[in-house]
Structures are given as C-alpha cells and as structure tokens.
Design a protein around this ligand. Structure first.
Ligand code: ATP
Length: 306
C-alpha cells in the first residue's frame, strides 16, 4: 500500500504544481493584456455617445500570427440591450471585451460605437464610456469607501452609499468595525470573491457608463451570493448597452441575444428558448451545466446530512 501511496502522493503534488503554473500564466496574461503600443491616431477625435450601439463587423484577431483567435465575428448590441457571449473555455470570449477596450487592434474588420470606429477615437474617451465589472476585481490597499469612490472621484458621500446600496454591499460595509473607513486589500481586511465583485459593481454604478461589459467570475459562488450579485448586475445593466461574457449560463437566460462562440467563430445565436429548442451546442452546454449543478447540490446535501 505504501508503494502505491507514494507515487499517488507525488502525482497529487505534481498536479497541484502544474495547476499553479497555469494560474500564474493566467495572471501573466492579465498583466500583459494592456498593450502600450496602441496609441491614439494623430487627429483622433473624442468618442461621441448618442445611443451607445456597439457593433463588431467581421472582426479577425490573433495574439500571435500563427494562431487565429477570432475568425470573422459580427454582431450588434442595440442601445440599452444585453448580448451575452458564451462558449467553451478558450473560445475567445474575453478577447472580445479586450478588443472593445482597444487593448488590442483587430487584424481586420471594424468595431464601431455609434458608428465611430474605435480605432479612430481618443482612447481616454473610449474607456470612459465603458464600465467593466471584471472576473477578478483588484482592490487598492486603502479604505473600502475609497475603493467604491474610485468609480467617480467627484461623487458625493451619499452617492457612494447609494451605489453601494444598489450593489447590495452597503449593509456588509456598515457592519464592518470602521464602516466605510475600514482598510481592505493586501494589508487590510480580505474580502471574498463575491464581496469584491459587489465593490466592482458599486464602482460601476457610480461611474454610470452608457456601455457595460460584465466579465463573469468563473468560480462558482454559492447560490445565495450568486442571486444577490445577479440582482445587482441586473440593476446596473438596466437601460445600458451590456455585453456579458458569461461562464454560468443560468445568469444570461434573459439576455436579448446569446452568441455561442466556438473556436473563434459564431456557431449559434438566438434567445435562450430558441437555442434550447434547436438542440445544438448551447443546448448541450446547458444540459451539462444543469447536471453539474445538480451533482454539486446532491453532494452538498449529502455532506450536510453527515
Ligand atoms: P475562458 O472561458 O477560459 O475565460 P475565453 O473564451 O474567454 O476563455 P480568451 O481569454 O478570449 O478565452 O482566450 C482565447 C485564446 O487566446 C486562449 O487560447 C488563450 O490561451 C489565448 N490568449 C489569451 N490571451 C492571450 C495573450 N495575451 N497572448 C497569447 N494568447 C492569449
């Protein structure tokens, strides 16, 4: 038995190390996501938002020439509507949000906001118009109030509180030992993934951008937190043009359009009901996720009964 145990134990260690290395690579991508080479064109104009329509026209893109990531992606998010991008891991979903922020340029095709090619506008005005709730929110080593206020520096204290209330984080903050003055981040109170995400939502509510990108957390939150966050996200996306990069299909059932990306191309598109009825990739993903959720719930119930 000991002979069997040692190799198994070693394999466990190896697995953990490989997994950690992959996580580190992921972090590295986050850092190098920002591409300093992209500069404003000499006569770039400010982006002028009239309605907030986002349009991708036949966008092709690759990080490295020999590996195409997006292969002719076209879609439109009408003003005030919600479009969700779903698809297997590595399909190119987050790449779409990076291109919208112009962290990278398409190899060909255009990305338009209210008819203006984002390659021709001042980047500062582009990024001001888009609010982002990222997968993983970075908190500054400062007070939690500062972290919410970061959304808009000139916001009055009552607007900060109102944003926190809408993001369902106000009660949590008020119960902290020093309320909004409590230190958070590396050197202060550590917040859970769900709490950090609600801080990000509060920031975005405060910023009040006409266009919103929600990059959903991959990690499963417990169903109560997920519901709270979903309510907060629904509130913030109301009346705004919203692009959701979705990992959990349950959160995008109500989207006006769902785009299924597979290996950099749009494999299917439609509403939740339409896509389920057509029995393709989306329907398969939906069934798989439901089975996984049911298995997780059953496991939890069994653990609770023990
Ligand atoms: P997930 O659901 O796992 O978050 P995704 O669909 O959002 O995946 P993307 O992050 O868009 O996928 O990545 C698409 C592909 O591009 C992946 O194969 C990824 O490894 C690769 N990629 C992402 N960022 C970079 C980068 N900075 N340099 C090179 N390749 C990259």
């Amino acid at each position: 038995l000991v002979q069997l145990y040692i190799p198994l134990n070693f394999m466990g260690m190896l697995y953990r190390e490989i997994k950690q290395a992959l996580i580190d690579i992921d972090d590295m991508f986050k850092i190098i996501d920002r591409n300093p080479e992209i500069e404003d064109k000499p006569h770039a104009k400010p982006l002028h938002i009239s309605e907030g329509v986002v349009r991708f026209e036949d966008v092709h893109f690759s990080y490295i020439p020999e590996r195409p990531i997006l292969k002719g992606v076209s879609f439109e998010v009408p003003a005030g509507h919600t479009v969700a991008i779903v698809g297997p891991s590595g399909a190119g979903k987050s790449t779409i949000s990076r291109l919208l922020f112009r962290f990278y340029e398409p190899a060909s095709g255009r990305i338009l906001i209210d008819g203006q090619n984002i390659a021709d506008v001042q980047q500062g005005t582009l990024r001001k118009a888009i609010g982002m709730v990222p997968q993983d929110t970075v908190l500054f080593n400062d007070t939690i109030g500062y972290n919410v206020q970061y959304g808009r520096w000139d916001a009055a204290a009552e607007d900060v509180r109102e944003a926190a209330r809408l993001a369902q984080i106000d009660r949590f903050i008020s119960n902290l030992p020093e309320g909004y003055d409590t230190s958070v981040g590396e050197r202060g109170l550590k917040l859970s993934g769900g709490e950090k995400q609600r801080v990000a939502i509060a920031r975005t509510i405060l910023k009040g951008p006409p266009i919103l990108v929600l990059d959903e957390a991959t990690s499963a939150l417990d169903s109560f937190t997920e519901k709270e966050i979903q309510d907060a996200l629904d509130r913030v996306s109301q009346g705004r043009t919203t692009l959701v990069i979705a990992h959990r299909l349950s959160t995008i059932v109500g989207a006006d359009e769902i785009i299924v990306l597979d290996h950099g191309s749009i494999a299917e598109r439609g509403t939740h009901a339409g896509l389920l009825a057509s029995g393709g990739l989306y329907a398969a993903m939906w069934n798989r996720q439901r089975e996984a959720d049911e298995a997780r719930e059953a496991l939890k119930r069994a653990e609770e009964e023990e």
